[in-house]
Design a binder for this molecule. Sequence first.
Ligand code: GLN
Ligand code: ZN
Length: 763
Amino acid sequence: MTNIANLGFPRVGTKRELKRALEAYWAGDTSGEVLQDTARDLRHRHWTLQRDAGADIVPCNDFSLYDHVLDTAFLFDAIPERYRALADADPLAGYFALARGTQKGGYDLHALEMTKWFDTNYHYLVPELTGDQVFRLRGDKPVAEYLEARALGLQARPVLLGPVSFLLLAKTVDGSDRLELLDRLLPVYAELLGRLKAAGAPWVQIDEPCLVLDLDGDDKAAYRHAYAALAKADRPKLMLATYFGDVGDNLSLVRELAVDGLHIDLVRAPAQLDTVLLAWPRDLVLSLGVVDGRNVWRTDLDRALVLARQARDAIGSASLELAPSCSLLHVPIDASLERSLPKEIHDWLAFAREKIEELRILGDALDGKLQAEVALLDARGRQDRRRHSALVHRPDVAARLAAIGPSATRRQSAYPERQQAQAKRLGLPLFPTTTIGSFPQTHEVREARAQNKSGKLSDADYDAFLAAETEKCVRFQEQIGLDVLVHGEFERNDMVEYFGEQLDGFAFTKLGWVQSYGSRCVKPPIIFGDVRRPKAMTVRWSQYAQSLTDRPMKGMLTGPVTVLQWSFVRDDQPRSATCRQIALALRDEVLNLEGAGIGVIQIDEPALREGLPLRRADWKTYLDWAVEAFRLTASGVADETQVHTHMCYSEFNDIMDAVAAMDADVISIETSRSRMELLDAFVRFRYPNDIGPGVYDIHSPRVPQSSEMTDLLEKAVAVLKPQQLWVNPDCGLKTRGWPETRAALEAMVAAAQAMRAGVAAAA
Ligand code: GLN
Ligand code: ZN
């Protein structure tokens, strides 16, 4: 009998029940008990769902009120000093203070830093440690949730983030070495494992996703040391879980670790099965991640079965488990609840529930159960229909892409010539001012959109509303004296969804929520087929806005890599191929904007960096096609049309070549929070084109002084040519209110004027 095990399940609930409960609790409308009740209900519902879908082993302690890395830090009492009094007095309030900061009850605490969980769109809170860190068990969440699941009669397997990944994902704030803390941490892991054993847990899933990364000698030594120590503990059996990639060159290290089972990701890295099976020790359990935990497509069960049979023939089914490639946290819960998708597309989808059902079929097929045959036949039919669907394959898209030559990804002239042509056309002053695109998405704007969507506001009235908002925004920008204006993006719900809704090849779910962080969920579009642009998408609003003013109006687009990165993408062709299709559709849009008289066009790529593969060896391939896609989007225009790009993050050191190769005329970046430090990368590289280093942080309602911005600009002028510099905020203003937006932008314009005066005086 082959066991079906799940590694983790979404937490928020199909209707985002957890989000609602959290927000009510944060607002002070409900008590902590009510929140915990909702959480318990969700756990129970999700466990039963998994069991009913066919899981033999369900995960527990994968649930979190906010984030599992924060849970781990909290559990081991890795609570920075400033939060401690609150955490001691009111653990729940302390926990959320770490997660999101607090300004209640006389406290003024920032949240912990948040960052992306490997290459997913899930964000975890970065534990903050010090060299003299003391770890001890605080509470008994893993044990309590294990007992909870067992009380329902389930075979549950507690999930713990492993000690080495925990430390590697954390940071120290005093310059000490994280891994030096291992010896302090291991006794607490041993104690916890002992308690889980005493509670009756036969197995624990210990997640060490860092085993798929490039590890140095110290990391490897830490792994050896940690698992040698845990081998001595009186503990349940350990299923060591790796995911998100190939164990690769870490396999010999993994073989040295004294665990009782190993999970490998065979979706991202199917080829590793061969190497893993070589010299597999008979007494170890092997868990095969054969169903994609990162995407929404039904599995090619025949292909998965080949892998499962290969493993079974090599090691026997008693030591075999079938599982998703990783936790199902990254997919929505239940595709059967989607009622409005086209039937044909709906048939191809598997969310968490359907993925467990697929594993059940695979397990039954492996064990030779007859009922699996019918299910396999059905699955084969779906694969077949998808493979041949006219919705997926549009020959005209392939034909156009095939006809594209190398000149399509090159601007007509090199930057210096373009710069002259653009200067002549635009006639901008030194230190030109602009914004990143969006202006406040007020309650009114969102309300009008919702009303239009539900049919309560007619299209004509909604249009009139948007026109009025846009005009107000243009007048506002003129009045405060910005040089390059934007239309304000009032018509856009989301920077990817807005484009996806207008492109062929995209589908949208009603309940396809995925947790981004804490209570924040996103509903990524599903790219199911060849991407095509039936008609212009943004020209109308940009053209209208330009008609209102003599100043240059900047057209605003989301770049191909960002559209790709923030969607569920096809698994039947490489990501690079889908990205090229999106790029081609956006190229048409760029040309239409240019044709409509728009002389400045910004193509946002905030997700370019996060698309970087986990292993350095794979970076170049990715960056090559990502840059190529951007260039395909941007390069059709004449020299005098100015192309901007925007990236709202700060780590450019690793990707500077690629950023320069994009060859945008102007790039705006996040610099205000790091006080221009990240300009270093641009300076070291001698970035040749124009740069707009964000001069203030739009993520905070705080209004900056003009002098703060001139200080930052002085720093920039010290290392770059004044002719290279633009003045802008560090991201879009959609989350801000109007009063602070006005005050901040007025101060920003004043800062630019002061800089111009300074240069004039020096000359
Ligand atoms: N143009 C977008 C805006 O201003 C850019 C958003 C982003 O960088 N994430 O909102
Ligand atoms: Zn941004």
